[in-house]
Design a protein around this ligand. Sequence first.
Ligand SMILES: Cc1ncc(COP(=O)(O)O)c(C=O)c1O
Length: 414
Amino acid sequence: MFDVSKIREDFPILKRLVHGKPLAYLDTAASAQKPKQVIEAQREFEENSYANVHRGIHTLSENATALFEKARNTIADFLGSNDSGEIVFVRNATEGINLIAYSWGESNIAAGDEILVTRMEHHANFVPWLRITQKQNAKLVIAELTSSGELDLEDFSRKLSKKTRVIAITLMSNVLGTINPIENIVEMVKRNYATNLDSFPLIVIDAAQAVPHFKVNVKTLECDALVFSGHKLYGPTGIGVLWMKKKLLDDMPPFLVGGQMIRTVYNDRVEYNDVPWKFEAGTPDITGAIGLATAIQYLKTLGIDAIFEHEKGITAYALEKMRSLKDLTLFGPPNPEKRGGLLSFVHKTLHAHDIASLLDEEGIAIRAGHHCTMPLHAKLEVAATARASFGIYTTKEEVEIFYNVLKHIIKRFA
Ligand SMILES: Cc1ncc(COP(=O)(O)O)c(C=O)c1O
């Protein structure tokens, strides 16, 4: 049974007051709060087993290395990979995509090639590709959206060309909430490969918003690479994951160089370590990796499918309530089945930042701005949107409070 009040007891921060009001944290898409199990696991490691990894022969270092590598196994299993060598620890999703764009991109993208992204990409899955296309004299192509905020598959298909070398796409939009049909896209690529494409493009998935909400399996998705951040998955900041097919990782040059990632260093040359360590230069965030693995175990105990059902219910409820508010435009698919747990909106006359500030006075935390999706906001012809986002600890009561306060704000200030 998915018991939200019991889950909330695991999150100490949810007990605090903001401006004297109980906190309603509706900003989980920006960063999720941490359960005490994660906080405890990190404290326990630092108090009792802390040492650097892969370096010492002493007991603590061996303990730390075992825990760090166990965390890697937990993450591989979480993503449906049977090889932990495909899991590279990075700082966050942004770094993961930069790693691919730099290490794979510099040796595989040539002048005239195209990289296909979508209009709904976060800057993290847009700017690294824009930069590599500019550097290699290639072209960034943007697939557009339908009026309901879904990927326009016809436009996508039109833009898939012989020159497409990379398809970089988010699994769930951080503004529209849209869940993209990756399976359909892969099918489309396969069909085109038989007839129209010269080479099979690299398929890169930004799963930063997806993994906290629903089951993500790299085998089912049939992608080549996938990234996410620990902090959006109820884990710590400073740790993220790049999953990439082993063969690709083996063939790629390293991203950062220095300690840990080498096998032997000579005066004039270097032999690199095996993957994944080849891509983990310097001391990694050991505590972060252990915290992230603990967060994953925690979510598994709740049940990922149960999490999705809970959040779908909350989103459907929020959508239904918000639709009744005057002069409000809601973004993203109207069908809650096609979206994850967040809701972005604008008001006809009230600025998103003002709405967020006024809600904050009542203890309600939402986010306002371009949410690192300026190309999308430009297309929507809005400078900023307000976004309420939900998680495992969100209750219908919080949505109700949010709705009532928003209604009051509109009545009073619009
Ligand atoms: C869809 C999406 N991709 C990537 C990112 C980047 O995550 P990070 O800042 O942790 O690298 C975010 C963060 O908001 C996001 O929502």
